[in-house]
Design a binder for this molecule. Structure first.
Ligand code: GLN
Length: 440
């Protein structure tokens, strides 16, 4: 079919019988797969074959899943439409003239188009929830530290998590049950009181929040008595058709016994700026390893190493990636560090505090996942700023390291609209429960 959802087709059978036996899973192409090329959507890694599996891939195999391919994505996760992929854009199965969202657009398109039952994406600033919303499927961005990032090619480490995409809330939650949990190879998943640097401490596994959770079982549709805080600040700039669909879904939740209250977070108007400064700063550092010597295509240039590095990076990276490396390097440079990077970190702390306060008043928070309907292919490429603003509702969650889910709320003009539910730290069960009521 012509969705261009996969960069590389594969047929990796699970190691055993397990909860995902018989399930076809698409894996975003920035998640390492032993022996199967992993391009990150970049010409730089066109022929890169990792020598090991990411932890989440090991867990998929152990759970009996069949990996059917490496899913198309914006280059290194930088974008919201999958149009910055060096392998051409993926298409939205609901309307092939439109983008599937991004950066995990191939993952969501594969699920929505029936080319996979489940998928993994990564979410640095919305890249699981955005394509889930645009393709009319479910996507979860877990709390930071719930899922191992070992083997995920880093874009912005402090913000990102691997997350599941599926046709139903229960299926997405079941995939989260498989991939979550502590990993001695990722220190951010270590919660044991006495976990050493290698995490070998016995108490560590039991102390992890995933140890006694059952996310799939939480999809019971019971919102009776749940308080849902609607973030009014994030409705203001949104497309009217999106807001109408969102409001209709909320009144449906009220009919099921939920209470909705309005909450306002003053900090969120600064979230996009803060996110892009932090994400680009981390990216400029992470992407330094792609120089044609350590990683990436060398081009085989003679001459001094500085020229060779520059040429490898000039040829291997696309325009958006270069823009971000330049801006990130600038924001971190000696004279400007306080003016940009430090300010962005202050804003990040403010966003976290605002969420904590709002979650004292409500069990979960709600917004439209995306403020707009899926754009047409080619429509948004020339205006990076417009694209960055599309992330207004998703990036605050990453700044605060909280969990969020996007669930289909209905359609406007025949196009899917996603509803985002945000929970407290490690409150995945609460957002799964509320989202399953939206589905009913
Ligand atoms: N659109 C955002 C960005 O370009 C989010 C990307 C992501 O979550 N990987 O940074």
């Amino acid at each position: 079919m012509g969705l261009n959802a996969f960069i590389t087709d594969a047929e990796l059978e699970g190691d055993a019988e397990g909860p995902l036996s018989g399930m076809r899973v698409a894996v975003k192409d920035n998640i390492s797969t032993e022996g199967v090329r992993t391009t990150c959507g970049s010409a730089m890694l066109d022929d890169y074959v990792p020598p090991y599996d990411a932890t989440v891939v090991e867990r998929l195999k152990a759970a009996g899943a069949t990996i059917v391919g490496k899913a198309n994505m914006d280059e290194f996760g930088m974008g919201g439409t999958t149009e910055t992929s060096a392998f051409g854009p993926a298409k939205n199965p609901v309307d092939e003239a439109r983008v599937p969202g991004g950066s995990s657009g191939g993952s969501a398109a594969a699920v929505a188009g029936g080319e996979a039952d489940l998928a993994l994406g990564s979410d640095t600033g919305g890249s699981v929830r955005n394509p889930a919303a645009f393709c009319g499927v479910v996507g979860i961005k877990p709390t930071y530290g719930l899922v191992s990032r070992y083997g995920l090619v880093a874009y912005a480490n402090s913000l990102e998590q691997i997350g599941p995409i599926a046709n139903t809330v229960e299926d997405a939650a079941a995939l989260l049950d498989v991939i979550s949990g502590p990993d001695p190879r990722d220190a951010t998943t270590q919660y044991g009181s006495a976990a050493g640097p290698d995490g070998a401490d016995e108490g560590a596994d039991e102390a992890h929040p995933a140890a006694d959770s059952n996310y799939a079982a939480a999809a019971d549709g019971d919102v009776d008595g749940t308080t849902i805080g609607v973030i009014t600040d994030l409705l203001e700039g949104a497309d009217e058709r999106v807001v109408e669909t969102f409001e209709a879904a909320l009144s449906d939740l009220r009919a099921q016994g939920a209470e909705t209250v309005e909450v306002s977070l003053d900090s969120v108007e600064h979230a996009v700026q803060a996110y892009y400064v932090i994400a680009m700063s981390e990216a400029s550092s992470n992407l330094a390893r792609f120089d044609g010597v350590r990683y990436g295509k060398s081009g085989g240039y003679e001459g001094n190493w500085n020229d060779a590095f520059a040429r490898a990076r000039e040829e291997g990276f696309g325009e958006e990636v270069k823009r971000r490396i330049l801006l990130g390097t600038y924001a971190l440079s000696a004279g400007y560090h306080d003016k940009y990077y430090k300010k962005a970190q202050d804003a990040r702390a403010w966003v976290k505090r605002d969420f904590d306060e709002a979650l004292d008043e409500a069990d979960v928070l709600a917004t439209p996942t995306m403020p707009v309907l899926p754009p047409e292919l080619g429509e948004s490429l020339d205006d990076p700023l417009q694209l960055y603003l599309m992330d207004a509702n998703t990036v605050p969650v990453n700044l605060a390291n909280l969990p969020a889910i996007s669930v289909p709320a209905g359609e406007a003009d025949g196009l899917p609209v996603g509803l985002q539910l945000i929970g407290p730290k490690f409150g995945e069960e609460a957002i799964v429960r509320a989202a399953s009521a939206v589905e009913d």
